[in-house]
Design a protein around this ligand. Structure first.
Ligand SMILES: Cc1cc2nc3c(=O)[nH]c(=O)nc-3n(C[C@H](O)[C@H](O)[C@H](O)COP(=O)(O)OP(=O)(O)OC[C@H]3O[C@@H](n4cnc5c(N)ncnc54)[C@H](O)[C@@H]3O)c2cc1C
Length: 432
């Protein structure tokens, strides 16, 4: 098999890979210098669309509509863009071996790729119920969602059964988004999760109560405090046995129980920490010509003086840009500023839309109207640590208000009175 050599290789074809390619182009990469190798069949796209508009029954999002970098208001990089820039877009190609000592990647089909500089952008893969040894969890009506192929399979199943029954396993944001789109597809939807409230890693019980109430109003049933313990396939679909003894029927089961970073190819070759590939503030790994970006990386979060892994699209974009700038700066003997990231995360479902900036540690202070019965309810939460606001959550904020909460999370203004903060609500953020 032929061997190809590139100055720069990006392994991965997701969000980070796409944003890295755009940054390479901005930095003046020459034709033939850069290759992007992805196991997916399509050019990089904005992954968050898959659990939202991609699954809508009416006017669904479809490629080429959501190729990167439209999600951040940027240019849409169609496959032709890569050709014009002389960037080799190598699709349908899974790398199965990476030898960092000899700068060589090997594909499943046996092709080899040599690089001078490697950018690892392999992202995450979902946890499967089979990973936990749950009986019957390999059934064909059980779906996961990570890549566009998964979303296509789910869409086919939705179309095959009108007004069917769906069970969503998992109460994180993916579970919440999927429950909403299945409902929009006119399915009878039940969510099952073990925690006492949804999105427990971010939501306080009060925030969660709003979403659970809102979902109930939309007709989504929620079963908390138990897990799927087994599946029996029958001609009507799946019988899902819950640990508490209940049995649910479903035509479609969609599982969203978290993801793990894809680091396997590099095990033992780069330093790891907190489950990810460890880098410095320029996304350089312990191997000097190898960088890592996006979900896969554990990096210094300067604001909080700790190292973290972040599985959100905003970081996927920004880490990719930082890494490529760092590659170019180091070639030119220049330096750039350290990555100074303000964590940002958002989700959308039904006609709801929330944003969160900063850190959800310390005392949570709810503000606004969080009654799910209120039409267009607007509410949020501040988190206060050591007398300062360190994190802000806002449901249904305007563009201006969302900008204001980002500023607050970044500046961390002091709080003298919690009562005053509750009373002022979003007004506090808007005057900072
Ligand atoms: C359905 C869904 C909805 C989401 N919604 C939101 C949201 O609303 N808000 C938010 O902040 N975040 C959201 N996220 C998270 C966000 O999409 C990720 O944080 C982001 O995609 C990470 O970018 P990445 O480039 O690191 O990984 P990915 O975008 O996952 O890209 C990884 C790429 O690497 C490829 N790859 C992996 N291994 C190999 C290999 N061995 N050889 C070749 N190619 C390989 C994969 O095929 C893929 O193309 C969502 C994620 C999913 C799955």
């Amino acid at each position: 098999m032929a061997e190809k050599h590139f100055k720069y290789v990006i392994i991965g074809g997701g969000v980070s890979a796409g944003y890295a390619a755009r940054e390479f182009a901005k930095q003046g990469v020459k034709p033939g210098e850069l290759a992007l190798i992805s196991k997916e069949a399509v050019a990089p796209y904005e992954r968050p669309a898959l659990s939202k508009a991609y699954l809508f029954p009416e006017a669904p999002a479809r490629l080429p509509g959501f190729h990167v970098c439209v999600g951040s208001g940027g240019e849409r990089l169609l496959p032709e863009w890569y050709t014009e820039k002389g960037i080799e877009l190598i699709l349908n190609t899974e790398i199965v071996k990476a030898d960092l000592a000899s700068n060589t990647l090997t594909s499943a089909a046996g092709a080899t790729f040599k690089f001078d500089i490697l950018i690892i952008a392999t992202g995450s893969t979902v946890f499967r119920l089979t990973d936990f040894g749950i009986p019957g969890a390999d059934a064909k009506n059980i779906f996961y969602l990570r890549e566009i192929d998964d979303a296509d399979k789910l869409n086919e199943a939705i179309k095959a059964k009108k007004a069917g029954k769906a069970v969503i396993v998992g109460g994180g944001y993916i579970g919440l988004e999927l429950a909403a789109v299945m409902k929009i597809n006119n399915y009878d939807v039940t969510m099952v999760y073990p925690e006492p409230w949804c999105m427990p890693r971010l939501f306080t019980p009060e925030i969660a109560a709003f979403y659970e109430g809102y979902y109930a109003k939309k007709g989504v049933k929620i079963i908390k405090g138990t897990v799927a313990a087994g599946f029996d396939s029958n001609s009507n679909g799946e019988a899902i046995k819950l640990k508490d003894g209940r049995v649910l029927d479903a035509d479609i089961v969609v599982v969203g129980v978290g993801a793990k970073p894809l680091t396997t190819l590099f095990k033992g070759q780069v330093e790891e920490d907190k489950g990810g590939i460890k880098t410095d503030a320029f996304f350089r790994t312990s191997v000097s010509n190898v960088y890592a970006v996006g979900d896969v990386v554990t990096f210094p979060l300067k604001m909080y003086e700790e190292i973290r892994r972040v599985e959100h699209v905003d970081h996927a974009r920004k880490s990719a840009e930082q890494a490529v700038k760092a590659v170019k700066a180091s070639e030119e003997g220049k330096t750039i500023d350290e990555y100074d990231y303000l964590p940002f995360f958002y989700s959308r479902s039904f006609d709801l839309s929330w944003q969160f900036y900063g850190d959800n540690v310390g005392e949570a202070v709810l503000f606004g109207d969080s009654n799910p019965e209120t039409p267009k309810a607007k509410f949020g939460s501040y988190w206060i640590k050591d007398g300062k606001v360190v994190g802000v959550f806002l449901e249904s904020g305007s563009a201006e208000e969302n900008k204001a909460i980002a500023k607050v999370a970044k500046l961390q203004p002091p709080v003298t009175s919690v009562d005053q903060l509750t009373k002022e609500g979003i007004g506090f953020a808007c005057k900072i």
